[in-house]
Design a binder for this molecule. Structure first.
Ligand code: NDP
Length: 242
């Protein structure tokens, strides 16, 4: 029987590539999203992957949705915490709502989803938790105190969970992408991209969502059972995290 994976924010961007990559690797995949029904329905029609709408920042919504997913699709063996948002502003101009929205979606979500799958993983003696961080959680980024804090906090969560799960066959790892060619990044004016972004990426190009997806698929596999508590940096050499 194939293993089941839940990819949060799995209907667009990097998450969509991860959902598709895991499906191609033989997993039964459920992809979650927040509110963009049009994108989610198009993704479902194109891929055949089931989609579920719930707010990863809300504990009760996650509890209800995960119970529904496990009932319909199967017990979750692989959880990819990918859903994330930015609400950029310099700290002196940042509002409490910008801070809280980013913490809710990028940080509270880790507890809200993982808490609802961890018991089953412990009982079955197998689990893979893969958390999507960011280069900006590693190096910091002007205008992103909220996002950088959340993405760095995610790494601490991953390391602690790795220790808790190790004897139960559960690994927890993070992947830290650099600039990836999603719609958001492609929307940056060509001039800005060519002058202010690409020169700082030693490989000379943006990353592709599929390059993150392949990394996630490897971490999800049985072959990656000895890798836990790690952060895999995928940024074209833009920043070397120690
Ligand atoms: P996108 O904005 O393309 O997609 C985000 C996905 O997350 C969507 O499916 C969205 O749903 C969902 N989502 C957003 N908020 C919530 C919420 N509260 N509850 C449930 N789902 C939610 O993101 P990217 O592909 O660009 O980024 C994916 C991850 O990778 C994020 O964690 C991001 O921080 C990280 N990252 C991205 C980089 C990049 O270059 N793009 C670089 C480094 C890290 P809906 O469609 O309904 O809005």
């Amino acid at each position: 029987m194939s293993r089941t994976a839940l990819v949060t924010g799995g209907t667009r961007g990097i998450g969509a590539a991860i959902s598709i990559g895991l499906k191609e690797a033989g997993y039964t995949v459920a992809a979650s999203y927040a509110g963009n029904d049009e994108a989610a329905n198009a993704f479902k029609a194109e891929t055949g992957i089931e989609v579920y709408k719930f707010d990863v920042g809300d504990f009760q919504s996650c509890q209800d949705a995960i119970a529904k997913i496990e009932g319909e699709v199967g017990p979750i063996d692989v959880l990819v915490n990918n859903a994330g948002i930015t609400r950029d502003a310099m700290l002196h101009k940042m509002t409490i709502d910008q801070w809280r929205d980013v913490m809710s979606t990028n940080m509270d979500s880790l507890f809200n989803t993982t808490k609802n799958v961890i018991d089953g993983m412990r009982e079955r003696g197998f689990g893979r938790i893969i958390n999507i961080s960011s280069i900006n959680g590693q190096k910091g980024q002007m205008g992103q105190t909220n996002y950088s804090a959340a993405k760095a906090g995610l790494v601490g969560f991953t390391k602690a969970l790795a220790q808790e799960g190790a004897r139960k066959g559960i690994t927890a790892n993070a992947v830290a992408p650099g600039y990836i060619a999603t719609e958001m990044v492609k929307a940056i004016p060509e001039d800005v991209l060519n002058k202010q972004i690409l020169p700082y990426i030693p490989v000379g190009r943006l990353g592709e969502p599929e390059e993150i997806a392949r990394c996630v698929a490897f971490l999800a596999s049985d072959e990656a059972g000895f890798i836990t508590g790690s952060t895999i940096t995928v940024n074209g050499g833009q920043y070397f995290a120690s």
